[in-house]
Design a protein around this ligand. Structure first.
Ligand SMILES: [Zn+2]
Length: 251
């Protein structure tokens, strides 16, 4: 009788202990989640808005209908937004000082230029015997649809280490095997640039574009450092800034 009671009370104590443990762990998990979400929103840089000139978002979902109007300047024969000239120069100078010569492969491209490139490739594909639909799909796979390229903003640059460019003149993700390209990717935020199309799965889903180890976008030092630290694409960052603005207007 006493023995049975003792076994029962042990079992009961054990069950209670398990329930208590589960409850604690469960609460802990929820608490952690809340902390992470709160941290990301409350730590967003102050005084930054999604409508800032250097955060303009151009992609397939946010296509430009008209050419953008901005002050233009020429660097290495390429046009960029005049407001990013010193950032590009400093970025290249920094690379040079680290021992890497670089080439500015491209900068601003107008919608009109992009249309010309697009139509040329489309015509070539059709001349190769493709039906119009097939030729169009093949063209879209390699050329950005006019109006959807970030190069229309003048704030995007294709920048390559000279040795990486010599091996991959057509620009390929594998250029990042070179120390020069690695340096550019690693130090871009110090000069206000982000690697715009990252290699990770989440990033590719957000941008809708495959990894580009050479395409950098100017967003300013504060934004670039924050985005890089928190692994945010421009799409994700703009969304968070818009969420914050919505919350602030509600409160
Ligand atoms: Zn590019």
């Amino acid at each position: 009788m006493w023995k049975q009671l003792r076994i029962w009370s042990f079992t009961l104590a054990a069950i209670l202990l398990i329930i208590a443990l589960q409850a604690t762990l469960g609460t802990h998990k929820v608490g952690q989640k809340q902390t992470v979400a709160q941290k990301t929103t409350s730590s967003l840089p102050k005084g930054v808005k999604a409508s800032d000139w250097d955060l303009v978002l151009v992609n397939k979902q946010h296509m430009l209908k008209h050419e953008m109007n901005f002050p233009k300047a020429t660097l290495e024969g390429k046009i960029v937004d005049q407001r990013i000239v010193s950032a590009v120069e400093d970025f290249q100078k920094g690379a040079q000082q680290a021992g890497y010569a670089t080439t500015l492969v491209s900068g601003y491209r107008s919608i009109a230029d992009q249309t010309q490139v697009f139509n040329q490739v489309l015509q070539n594909n059709e001349a190769g015997g493709d039906s119009y639909d097939k030729a169009l799909a093949a063209t879209k796979a390699v050329v950005q649809t006019p109006g959807s390229s970030e190069h229309h903003t003048g704030q995007a640059i294709d920048l390559a280490g000279n040795d990486a460019l010599a091996k991959y003149p057509g620009l390929e993700g594998a250029m990042d095997q070179f120390a020069s390209q690695k340096w550019l990717i690693e130090h871009a935020p110090d000069y206000g640039f982000i690697l715009r199309f990252p290699a990770d799965k989440k990033g590719m889903e957000e941008t809708g574009i495959d990894y580009e180890s050479w395409h950098f976008r100017y967003v300013g030092v504060k934004n670039a450092k924050y985005m890089t630290k928190h692994h945010l694409t421009l799409e994700a960052y703009v969304k968070e800034l818009n969420n914050r603005a919505k919350k602030q207007s509600q409160s």
